[in-house]
Design a binder for this molecule. Sequence first.
Ligand code: NAD
Length: 415
Amino acid sequence: MKKGGFMEMVKTNTDRCVSVLGIDGGVREILATPEREVHVSVPVRMEAGGTRVFKGYRVQHNSSRGPTKGGIRFFPSETASDIRALAAIMTWKCALLDLPLGGAKGGVAVNPKELTETELERLSRSYIRGVYQVIGPDKDVPAPDVYTSPQVMAWMMDEYSRLAGKNQFGVVTGKPLGLWGCPGRFDATSRGGIYTVREAARDLGLGLKGATAAVQGYGNVGANAAILAADLLGMKVIAVSDSSGGIADKKGLDPRAVLDYKNNTGSVVGFPGSTAIENDELLALDVDVLMPAALEGVITGGNADKVRARIVAELANGPTTPEADEILLKKDCLVISDFLCNGGGVTVSQFEMVQDAYMYFWEESEVHKQLDRKITKAYREVAETAREKKLDMRMAAYVIAVGRIVEAMKLRGWI
Ligand code: NAD
């Protein structure tokens, strides 16, 4: 995808939604512009000597419904523009899931794979020192995203607490359980996505036992989605990929064994008994459910006609471009849009915020139950709105989310 393309995608969808809702130009402007954007330099003392300075960002898009919330990426080609797009998606996501939160996102342009563990800790702490003034448990609460982990969240919480002079566990979510993370947070994004696939299949009358899936991206979200697709739905995962390439096995891969293999070797490529495939081939496989779980802009006007899946479950943020959306719609492919499909992560993050505020923790089974209740309700609302207003699923999700934000802004007297 070309530079700035992600923000263009979000703008195109938002503009369409604004037309459907008949909203005036001023409100459209508010929705297109983040409330606050902070650019920081993130200096890190390197173990081999010298200091490197990385570019860091935190964008808070809209706080009309509550404190802002959104993950932090450590990604080599990170840009302010992509973070802006992701912050807006977080606003829609929190509103669609009916959480008392607004949207934000953060990132540092860095390749964490090139850093030592000590440098990674220094980077995490340095970033927090940069954004300290604008985040906080009742202001803006970060979480893990691409190439950040529970351990990174633990360092960030500790740095913020040191600066605040008191423990502030609620300043980030997705923490390790030993530091008051939430049981079930580690696979919440994937679990929520699998619940939405279950609902979509129900609507389509598609049996999922033995149905096939392909998963692009085998990180936190993709690997757990593959495991849960097999465990909860009885699906057969026949292909997966990561940044080094893809693997396929028509008989079905064992998702846990693939994860162990990736943890040991650094990639899924070479998994015993599998055939190597290209990432593009994976998107075109004849499967029932395709799960893009890596990065934005991977299903485009150039390859959407090759997609053969009946359901595309957008576990990643922004994997499908508006041109691809049109093609998929014509092919009768049901796309479960990103801020519905991957809304389970922020939902359980909000459960973590509640638990940290009360210092009282739930059982994991309770987290699963509440997550299922929340995301299934959101799915049903989107499906119903799509049917009633004759919209595709993405636009129906936009209409509900943006409608709630506009209502909050009106009630507050902002518009
Ligand atoms: P991660 O860093 O754990 O995993 C990313 C995976 O994508 C890695 O396996 C990487 O190798 C792979 N990848 C990178 N480039 C690729 C390419 N070109 N082709 C195929 N695979 C590639 O990140 P994650 O937390 O799993 O996030 C994945 C997606 O899910 C992102 O879009 C993120 O914004 C979104 N998301 C994550 C969460 C969460 O809770 N972590 C919540 C909502 C949405």
